[in-house]
Design a protein around this ligand. Structure first.
Ligand SMILES: Nc1nc2c(ncn2[C@@H]2O[C@H](COP(=O)(O)OP(=O)(O)O)[C@@H](O)[C@H]2O)c(=O)[nH]1
Ligand SMILES: [Mg+2]
Length: 328
């Protein structure tokens, strides 16, 4: 069975609503990207240098990242030579296959939250303003509450007006308690929250933070202070520091990831608003240029629109029209 058939099976056997989310969430990227690829294959019936040049351009436009694209094209050329591929039609499945290989790269991808065995699991959310931190916390909390976990939200963004209110609204909607106070020092809110979490045996604590990146030193100091407070109350915490990135910002999101990686220990990425962009290729670029796994993707604004990132569903969602075009 070809790799793409395997993806198809994953789609068939998975939860239907999850499949639909990927399908719908990647619609913009797929429409843009796949229509270009389909046109390319119509334009060039045979694989030649011009074909590769145009393919390279299409991939770069989808924000896959220059380095990833270069590696990808090199590998593709080798396979064309090795497998003696002449018709562009025959290259379709190889393209999908290689995309998958580039992401996975023989690694075991760990995209689950690293739960603590004793005491509350603490997850810190960082990222610049407007990327979707608070929304993501609401969505993850919703998922955890539904799984029967006792979830506490800490409104560590005490800076922006209305930020505490926003997370309180989420808390009310999904049934999770929120600790926060406007104009208080974030570290002291975190302290109060974690004390409650320990005393009242919460399973998971999700901490929202303010997203100020205008000054790297300030942000670094602030994060250090928060981490110190967290570590004082729960020595193994934070168990995860998730960086939230807005997919619609493309390469800008990649530079944010690089900056944050320099100042704190990021354990995973949440890529939001994939549904709102044609540049969904950013998932692949992040992996190559930052080397941090994407753990969750945001595929819409509702509380159910967050998914644990799954490379197989992602690749299928991206390419299904492209390959099905000729397999059907
Ligand atoms: N379409 C879409 N919108 C999202 C997604 N995640 C967040 N948003 C929207 O992005 C905006 C900013 O989100 P917010 O959580 O306040 O960002 P924060 O400043 O990082 O906390 C809100 O209008 C959210 O509804 C997503 O996955 N898809
Ligand atoms: Mg916020």
């Amino acid at each position: 069975m070809g790799l793409f058939d395997k993806f198809k099976n994953v789609f068939k056997t998975s939860n239907k609503s999850q499949v639909e989310l990927y399908d719908k969430g990647l619609e913009k990227t797929r429409n843009d990207f796949v229509s270009k690829l389909t046109l390319l294959n119509k334009k060039y019936k045979k694989v030649n240098n011009e074909y590769f040049e145009e393919l390279e351009e299409i991939l770069i436009m989808a924000d896959i990242g220059v380095e990833t694209v270069m590696t990808f094209i090199d590998r593709l050329k080798k396979r064309v030579k090795h497998e003696n591929i002449i018709d562009s039609e025959d290259l379709k499945e190889v393209i999908v296959d290689e995309m998958f290989i580039i992401y996975v790269n023989n690694e075991v991808i760990i995209n689950k939250i690293n739960y603590s065995e004793i005491g509350p699991t603490v997850v810190l959310f960082v990222g610049v303003n407007g990327v979707g931190k608070t929304t993501t916390i609401g969505k993850i909390a919703h998922k955890l509450v539904k799984e029967g976990k006792k979830v506490l939200l800490i409104a560590g963004d005490t800076f922006r007006a209305g930020a505490v209110e926003q997370i309180e609204e989420w808390g009310n909607r999904i049934g999770a308690r929120v600790i926060g106070g406007e104009n208080k020092d974030p570290a002291s809110v975190i302290y109060d929250g974690l004390e409650i979490a320990k005393k009242e045996s919460y399973d998971v604590v999700l901490i929202d933070t303010a997203g100020r990146l205008q000054n790297k030193v300030n942000l670094m100091n602030e994060l250090e202070k928060m981490n110190k407070v967290i570590g004082k109350l729960i020595p193994s915490a934070p168990h995860e520091t998730l960086l939230v990135i807005d997919a619609t910002t493309g390469q800008n999101g990649i530079s944010q990831a690089k900056s944050f990686k320099e100042i704190t220990n990021i354990t995973g990425i949440v890529l939001t608003k994939l549904d709102g962009t044609a540049k969904g290729g950013i998932v692949l670029a992040i992996k190559e240029s930052v080397g941090i796994p994407v753990k969750f993707v945001g595929l819409g604004e509702r509380e159910t629109d967050l998914q644990v990132f799954d490379i197989e569903k992602y690749i299928y969602g991206l390419f299904k029209d492209f390959v099905e075009d000729h397999t059907c």
